[in-house]
Ligand binder design. Structure first.
Ligand code: FES
Length: 769
């Protein structure tokens, strides 16, 4: 209990009309029920009170995605200085114990303010870049195989004890260049450091913990001295020691000692816990586990989805350096914040179907488990590499492994890290596939270092039914072959259908409550061949791969009046929108334009379900649409949505050009761009304000490729300027926009750009990245 206990808000007081709500007052992040499922425990907050004061903790708690990210992003207003502060102030006896060991933990990379932080980070980050991590793969794999060899015939094991704790620690020590003696002591030290910093130890525990932390501090000092005596030693700490000699004012002595202690913990504990969370989550979903066993290419994104849904880093702490606001809530200077990424990662405002475990989710990489901005975890790609190898080795050698039923999962009570302390699994060794195929144990599937590309994420689906929606239009229903639940979709959403060498976007046009996805495919005789291929080769039972669903053409359903305009096969998203508007009881009119009735898909259904709201414009019957008159039907409470051929959309774009922002939305399926870089492109510089880096984007390379090579994760999907998923904020500089996402007004505003295709119009851009 802190001195701020009670039920009043520390800013406004009880008389200020701002009492702490009952749920905020009972918030307890150390409770077993919270640790079992922090996202579920904070669902009420995400829905009702996304920023609240916890009197029990003395912290403001932030739970929604955009708010947590905004706090991470602004590390000046929200200082990380308290990231390693003890949640429970130590007792006098504990302080005396620490003093006996000369304990003097100072700032490290995670709790430093600017400008010192970025100066050090820049000086020390080279070892963490993707190109320098790939060389670690062989070592991680060797260690993993040794461990799996040791238990593969046993039939039952605690994976945490047998491998998931020790391998990350061994790898971390190797990376740091720290000798591997004292592994058991390091386990005790790590737990003590976690409890000391982020836990709520009782007075008796405090003394024990303080003693272990003191010994850890001295151990770190001894190792550091030993390493200083080997000036040519390998590993990141040796590198840091050399930097200390080169730039003593940037990489200081006290920094090295503190960092040595902190990074031994940070370097392995988060990976260890995240791996245990991931294996637990995968085995709790046997159909998903089975699929990964069959198709290891799914592992990188499955790891990302595990990090999103059950990451090992639950929350970080920040301190307000001035009076400010988060989501409209006044935060006073010096207020302490608990920003809960474990809650943000489930926020449905950012992640559609946020609680669904979907290893095909292409936005999984946007999770905040690694933090964001200039304090984002430097070891994130190391963690990814290890987790992928663990899961690949286990799924290949023990695909029949399952969780031991009835076990209770326990978690160390603390504010920061979360992962099961034991993870009991079992299997029948007689069924081990390597008994009949000994070569299997040595097979290897490697993955590129870094965040998975959405291009590699595809869901296998079976064609369930094929029918005719009109002349030349096939109606295709797809279903998951194993009955895995599919993500829900909303009107305007599409999937990418991958067949043969083709990837084509098709809007979903069935009912969102159907268990499968339905698309309508027009055979385009003069197209690039994709639709012909689909018409000629797909049969019921054929397996295809899809990406999505994604929605870049959202229906503004809150508006009271709507004009829907469909040209030809553009009826597919428009029909789903009309269904939704009808269900909501909105005022809408559907203009459906086509060349001839027999080529217009869903005519019967349109007549049946939307007859009174529909105006047909059939050219062969002299009914060509008068778009100018249609657009004149707009009023300030109306939204216009259109989908159809480029000519129709171009004309509508001109006619709607003067309407207020947001009045008109359309969906284009091609940019007309030939490649994302052009022969006459020139190099330009980008200042990344959040990451405090300056990069050069050379001619022949996109901005997206350049920032990713620097270890900055930017999501992407289409990579051709159509979807908007690679949008980055622009703080300064002129932009050469090449996308089909932004409106004329948004372009003129110059505040955002698509990193996959757009470039600087001048020599430099400053970006909010
Ligand atoms: Fe789709 Fe850039 S990735 S617009």
């Amino acid at each position: 209990m802190t001195e701020q206990s009670g039920t009043g808000c520390p800013v406004h007081g009880r008389g200020g009309g701002c009492p702490v709500s009952p749920r905020a007052a009972s918030f307890d992040p150390f409770a077993e029920s919270f640790l079992a499922d922090p996202a579920a425990a904070l669902e009420w907050s995400r829905n009702e009170e996304p920023v609240f004061f916890s009197p029990e903790l003395g912290y403001w708690v932030v739970t929604r995605y955009e708010d947590v990210k905004a706090v991470f992003r602004d590390n000046v207003t929200f200082s990380p200085s308290i990231a390693l502060e003890r949640v429970v102030p130590p007792s006098e006896e504990a302080m005396a114990t620490l003093k006996r060991y000369d304990y003097a933990m100072n700032r490290t990379l995670v709790n430093e303010d600017e400008p010192a932080h970025m100066e050090r980070r820049r000086a020390l980050m080279a070892h963490f870049l993707p190109e320098n991590l790939a060389a670690k793969e062989d070592m991680i794999r060797r260690l993993t195989r040794e461990k799996v060899d040791a238990f593969v015939d046993s039939g039952r094991v605690d994976l945490v004890e047998a491998m998931l704790w020790e391998i990350p620690l061994t790898v971390a020590l190797h990376f740091l260049g720290v000798p591997k003696e004292d592994m058991d002591a390091l386990k005790e030290f790590s737990v003590a450091h976690t409890v000391n910093t982020w836990g709520r130890p009782s007075p008796e525990q405090q003394l024990k913990v303080a003693d272990a932390v003191g010994r850890f501090w001295q151990y770190a000092g001894r190792v550091l001295d030993k390493m200083r005596a080997e000036p040519d030693g390998e590993g990141w700490m040796h590198f840091a020691i050399r930097k200390n000699a080169e730039m003593p004012e940037v990489v200081t002595d006290s920094y090295l000692h503190s960092m040595m202690m902190a990074i031994i913990v940070a370097g392995h504990e988060t990976t260890s816990l995240a791996s245990a969370n991931a294996v637990k989550l995968l085995l709790s979903n046997p159909l998903v586990w089975e699929r990964i066993c069959k198709d290891p290419a799914l592992i990188p994104n499955a790891v990302e989805e595990c990090l999103r849904l059950e990451g090992s880093q639950m929350a970080w702490r920040r301190k307000a350096t001035r009076d400010t606001e988060i989501a409209g809530v006044v935060i006073p200077k010096d207020a302490k914040l608990l920003i809960v990424s474990a809650s943000a990662n489930h926020d449905p405002r950012h992640f559609e179907n946020g609680d669904l475990f979907d290893i095909y989710r292409d936005s999984a990489v946007e999770h905040l488990t690694f933090g964001y901005g200039s304090h984002q975890c430097m070891g994130k790609n190391f963690a990814r590499l290890e987790m992928r190898i663990f899961i690949e080795e286990l799924s290949r050698r023990l695909p029949h492994m399952r969780l031991v039923e009835g076990q209770t999962f326990t978690y160390l009570p603390n504010l920061a890290f979360r992962g099961p302390q034991r993870l009991l699994v079992e299997w029948d060794p007689a069924q081990n596939p390597e008994r009949s195929d000994p070569a299997l144990a040595g097979r290897t599937v490697s993955f590129p270092v870094g965040a998975p590309s959405s291009k590699e994420i595809a869901r296998s689906m079976r064609v369930a039914e094929i029918g005719d929606a009109a002349r030349g239009v096939k109606l295709i229903r797809l279903e998951d072959p194993d009955g895995l639940p599919l993500p829900a979709w909303t009107p305007g959403a599409h999937i990418d259908l991958l067949v043969g060498d083709f990837s084509r976007k098709y809007s979903l046009c069935g009912s969102p409550s159907d268990p499968g996805y339905t698309i309508a495919v027009l055979r385009e005789q003069d197209g690039r061949g994709g639709s012909r291929f689909i018409h000629e080769t797909l049969k019921p039972g054929t397996m295809v791969r899809i990406r999505g669903p994604k929605n870049y053409f959202r229906l503004e359903e809150q508006a009271p009046r709507h004009i829907l305009i469909a040209g030809g096969i553009g009826i597919t998203p428009i029909l789903a929108m009309a269904d939704r508007l009808k269900a909501l009881g909105r005022d809408y009119v559907l203009h459906y334009c086509g060349r001839a009735r027999e080529t217009m898909a869903f005519l019967d259904r349109v007549a049946r379900d939307h007859g009174a709201h529909t105006v047909l414009h059939v050219s062969s019957e002299g009914g060509r649409a008068d778009l100018e008159t249609i657009v004149k039907g707009w009023s300030p409470d109306t939204r216009i949505h259109a989908c159809g051929p480029e000519r129709l959309l171009d004309q509508l774009g001109l006619l709607c050009g003067d309407l207020p922002e947001g009045s008109y939305k359309c969906e284009a399926f091609t940019t007309g761009l030939d490649g994302m870089v052009h022969a006459d492109d020139t190099a330009f510089e980008v200042d990344l304000a959040d990451s405090e880096l300056t990069l050069t984007v050379p001619a022949g390379r996109t901005l997206l490729e350049t920032v990713r090579a620097a270890g900055i994760d930017v999501p992407s999907d289409c990579e051709e300027g159509l979807c908007g998923s690679c949008e980055v904020g622009v703080l300064d500089g002129a932009i050469d926009h090449r996308d089909k996402v932004l409106s004329a007004a948004e372009r003129a505003e110059g505040k955002r750009m698509m990193a996959c295709c757009s470039r600087a119009a001048g020599k430099k851009l400053r970006l909010a990245l």
